[in-house]
Write a protein that binds this ligand. Structure first.
Ligand code: IMP
Ligand code: MG
Length: 186
């Protein structure tokens, strides 16, 4: 988390290519079907918008908010703060999140939706994958790019709720951390 210089991991052009490629794959895979996209807020809102506007299959969109509580290493420590409103029973569902880290969030959201609503299929899509950090037995179906085990911000991803507005994905600098810590304590 430390470095002094901001390292750009994924720039705007790369993000554009990634979202275009993923949308194309989704359009191919769901050809002839109806798709319900479920966006996990807040981190994936920009990524999901970039994917969603490029979908050409008939599709609906809904939103969920989940937060981990207590020790993040407890795999059952996930709370649904906002559930979906659309009926997804017997529907094809694609969950979009910003990043897969331990895999706890997507693994639990996926099994929650399957058990509660019985959709006909559920796939997962993330912009970023940190496979080194995985503790759950899950692999995202659509991945933008793999990143090393560093804390990253931008394009929706935050540190202390800041830096979601940065147009590209960067590592978090020590100055950025200090700036947020100053805002939190003041
Ligand atoms: P997981 O449940 O461990 O897979 O974590 C996924 C969630 O943790 C994501 O939806 C992000 O909100 C957050 N997260 C994980 N790594 C990072 C990061 O490097 N920067 C910002 N948020 C992260
Ligand atoms: Mg998140």
């Amino acid at each position: 988390m430390e470095g002094k210089t901001k390292e750009i991991l994924v720039d705007e052009k790369q993000i554009d290519d990634i979202t275009r490629n993923i949308a194309e794959q989704i359009n191919t895979d769901y050809k002839g079907k109806n798709l319900t996209v479920i966006v996990l807020l807040k981190g994936s809102f920009i990524f999901a918008a970039d994917i969603f506007r490029r979908l050409t299959v008939p599709c609906k969109i809904d939103f969920m908010i989940a937060s981990s509580y207590g020790d993040k290493t407890f795999s059952n420590g996930l709370k649904i703060k906002k559930d979906i409103e659309l009926d997804i029973t017997d529907k094809d569902v694609l969950i979009i999140d910003d990043i897969m880290d331990s895999g706890v969030t997507l693994n639990h959201i996926k099994s929650y939706l399957v058990h509660k609503y019985r959709p006909s299929s559920v796939k997962t899509c993330v912009l970023l994958d940190k496979p080194e950090r995985r503790t759950e037995n899950i692999t995202p179906d659509y991945v933008g790019t793999t990143v090393a085990d560093k804390f990253i911000v931008g394009y929706g991803l935050d540190f202390g709720e800041y830096y979601r507005n940065s147009p590209c994905i960067t590592t978090l600098t020590s100055e950025q951390q200090a700036e947020v810590n100053g805002k939190i304590s003041s």
